[in-house]
Write a protein that binds this ligand. Structure first.
Ligand code: ATP
Ligand code: MG
Length: 158
């Protein structure tokens, strides 16, 4: 279905903002105008839920999580940045592998199975998008994904 991604993104973030127990502030860089995409909303919600839970899980007390949406060429680009401990350069691309966890001891303490991002990658690729991350140890992590931009709703032509 066709979705106005900005409005949808706000709704997902609102749900986390209302229920979060940690002292983490949210910053939203989301344009006001409608930015359309054709998505399976349940699946993309699962992707966002995992990325946002990770960002919160690895955020320090008082940290900021930044949510950004923009149109870049034929795609929309979504990014979620945290100010957590980050991931060593050589491991960043591996976080999308099944069961991969950066630090076994640390991950065990924080819980999870190590499947979240592998599932996210499958879902984004099924939507003809891409997903990747950039990270700096001690400074934070940003997870990005793209989806094809669909400015017009198909029904407009009926
Ligand atoms: P699950 O999502 O299945 O509950 P998980 O969160 O450990 O478990 P993924 O979401 O796939 O698994 O993430 C894989 C690993 O990547 C994590 O265990 C963690 O080591 C690392 N990671 C993911 N996101 C971040 C982040 N924002 N900051 C630091 N490390 C991260
Ligand atoms: Mg996870």
């Amino acid at each position: 279905t066709w979705v106005d991604f900005g409005r949808y993104f706000h709704r997902v973030i609102d749900r986390f903002e209302m229920t979060k127990s940690r002292n983490v502030t949210f910053k939203r860089l989301i344009p006001e105008e409608s930015i359309g995409v054709e998505i399976d909303e349940d699946k993309i919600t699962q992707v966002l839920d995992n990325i946002i839970s990770n960002a919160l899980k690895y955020s320090p007390e008082g940290g900021q999580v930044t949510f950004k949406l923009q149109v870049i060429g034929p795609n929309i680009e979504v990014s979620i940045r945290d100010e957590g401990m980050g991931i060593p350069k050589e491991n960043v691309s591996r976080i999308f592998e099944r069961f991969y966890r950066v630090d076994k001891a640390r991950s065990r303490k924080l819980g999870g199975t190590g499947l979240g991002l592998a599932i996210a990658k499958e879902m984004i690729e099924a939507h003809k998008g891409q997903i990747w991350a950039s990270s700096e140890e001690g400074k934070g992590t940003t997870v990005f994904f793209t989806l094809p931009y669909e400015p017009l709703q198909e029904d407009d032509w009926e």
